[in-house]
Design a protein around this ligand. Structure first.
Ligand code: MN
Ligand code: MN
Length: 500
């Protein structure tokens, strides 16, 4: 290799030079018996693409140890809480400084760059991790803002972006789609191999579907409501007058929203003779079929009166017990100090047998308590606010991730986790499980219901701590809005007690 390049550079005496190659470039079959391809030629005015050979380490003159592009960083203010014991793991708000530094307690060092400060300000627990983080975990965060957006056909009809195992390889149980439809726009009639659960985020839609019994379904739902379409059941979605945005969760992490079966493709991919026979209609009926798939496209307004669109066969309409929608926005949340929780699973939405979902609101300073789930991975979507989560992955790894509105989170089954509000507004998120019922194991309740002696012999907790453990599950723990209150008194009660 070096011999060849020295030849090219003309540095070897001619006595060592190989005879001029006799082969044409067109006949070059590679390095063995071939010739080197021509090197690019440049004019003196534009400089050279390559440096001289005498820059190689053993012959080059020494580089200067100071000056030039220095690694010295001076005048770097640290944020509140950054210098206390790294095991406290306080949430660090880097927005108060221009250039955050990856320093936590006595650990870390300044970062001279290159870097993009905005990523670090959004992810302070990745940039300057708590001292309790350890080992290796899978990537458990995906901001949908980093997903490719597929724009619909037609004028500003809508868009969709997704997260599946291409973006988050560990997330094998669920995939997600964020979709926008303009007023009256459609998500084209289609079906697919995964079960589909969806939450309306904004606006309202008209849904239509037909099942294998020939029972038909039609319903209008609005922000906060939910639909579920089983695998294979064909359905359509049309935005009503104000348009809409919704979040779809598929129960297959490898599923792609781009892989659904569209009715336009069904008609394009079958012989017209077959279409004619199948619909018992002249071939001319298919003269105006779309010539490419529609996917997301503009439509005519749906009639305000939904019953005008009823198409009912002998099997009738879909029985309410099998309904594809649940008007979740009307369900009152269970409130508890620090926030509220709404649960939707097969208890009240029987058709969606394996979607168990909690919609959780956590106030500033408060926290979804430390817990885990028995036998399902968890898929999260953050609707509002900002939060952080540490995932403990046995035997000894943990990592803390930060989330903000529009982010997706993921937690492997039985990994312990909490979700702590790190912002100044309520954080609202979904916990989606593949279970018939929404269940969890609460760390606080577990310890409260275990013989005190056992807990004490193991963790050496004080008597009054054990006496204060709640025997009922609270889901949420209250906390101090001042996320760095412990900096003033690291052994104190600042994490959960609000001072005057
Ligand atoms: Mn679908
Ligand atoms: Mn959970």
């Amino acid at each position: 290799m070096m011999f060849k390049s020295l030849l090219v550079a003309g540095l070897l005496p001619t006595v060592f030079a190989a005879p001029a190659p006799q082969m044409n470039y067109a006949e070059n079959t590679g390095p063995v018996g071939g010739v080197d391809p021509p090197i690019p030629t440049v004019t003196a005015a534009s400089g050279s693409l390559y440096g001289p050979e005498d820059l190689l380490g053993e012959i080059a003159k020494p580089s200067p140890v100071s000056g030039g592009d220095s690694a010295i960083v001076t005048n770097y203010p640290l944020v509140n809480g950054q210098e206390v014991d790294d095991d406290l793991g306080l949430y660090l708000d880097f927005n108060s400084v221009e250039k955050p530094q990856p320093i936590r307690g006595e650990a870390g060092q300044t970062d001279p760059g290159p870097r993009t400060y905005e990523y670090e300000k959004l992810n302070p627990d990745l940039f300057a991790p708590p001292g309790t983080d350890s080992g290796d975990t899978a990537q458990l965060q995906w901001p949908l803002g980093l997903s490719h957006n597929r724009l619909g056909s037609g004028k500003q009809a809508g868009w969709a972006r997704q997260q599946n195992t291409d973006q988050l390889p560990v997330a094998t149980a669920f995939a997600g789609v964020d979709m926008r439809l303009a007023p009256h726009a459609y998500r084209e009639l289609h079906w697919h191999s995964a079960n589909e659960w969806a939450l309306m985020l904004k606006g309202s839609v008209r849904l239509a579907a037909v099942n294998d019994n020939g029972e038909s379904f039609i319903d209008d739902i609005s922000a906060g409501d939910v639909w579920f379409f089983p695998a294979g059941v064909p359905h359509s979605i049309q935005a009503l007058d104000e348009g809409c945005e919704f979040l779809i969760v598929f129960d297959d992490g490898a599923f792609s929203e781009d892989g659904t079966s569209l009715v336009s493709e069904l008609f394009m991919r079958n012989p017209k003779e077959v279409l004619s026979k199948n619909l018992q209609t002249p071939v001319s009926a298919f003269d105006n079929l779309p010539d490419s798939e529609l996917y997301i496209f503009n439509g005519t307004p749906a009639p305000a009166n939904i019953s005008a669109q009823n198409e009912t066969g002998p099997a009738g309409i879909l029985p309410a017990a099998d309904s594809y929608s649940y008007h979740w926005s009307e369900q009152q949340p269970y409130t508890t100090p620090g926030g509220s929780v709404k649960i939707l699973d097969s208890t009240t939405f029987p058709l969606a047998t394996m979607f168990a979902v909690a919609l959780v609101t956590v106030q500033p300073g408060a926290m979804r308590e430390m817990h885990w789930h028995l036998n399902s991975d968890e898929w999260n979507y953050f609707l509002q606010g900002s939060a952080r989560m540490t995932v403990f992955d046995a035997p000894s790894s943990s990592r803390t991730f930060d989330y903000s509105a529009g982010d997706i989170g993921y937690i492997p089954a039985t990994d312990a986790h909490y979700i702590e509000n790190t912002g100044t507004e309520d954080v609202i998120f979904l916990e989606v499980l593949k279970q018939t019922k929404f269940t969890d194991i609460s760390v606080a309740q577990w310890l409260a219901l275990t013989p005190k002696q056992v807990v004490q012999d193991t963790l050496n907790l004080p008597d009054d701590t054990l006496a204060g453990l709640p025997k009922e599950k609270t889901y949420i723990k209250t906390g101090n809005k001042n996320m760095t209150a412990l900096a003033a008194n690291p052994n104190g009660t600042g994490a959960y007690e609000v001072s005057d």
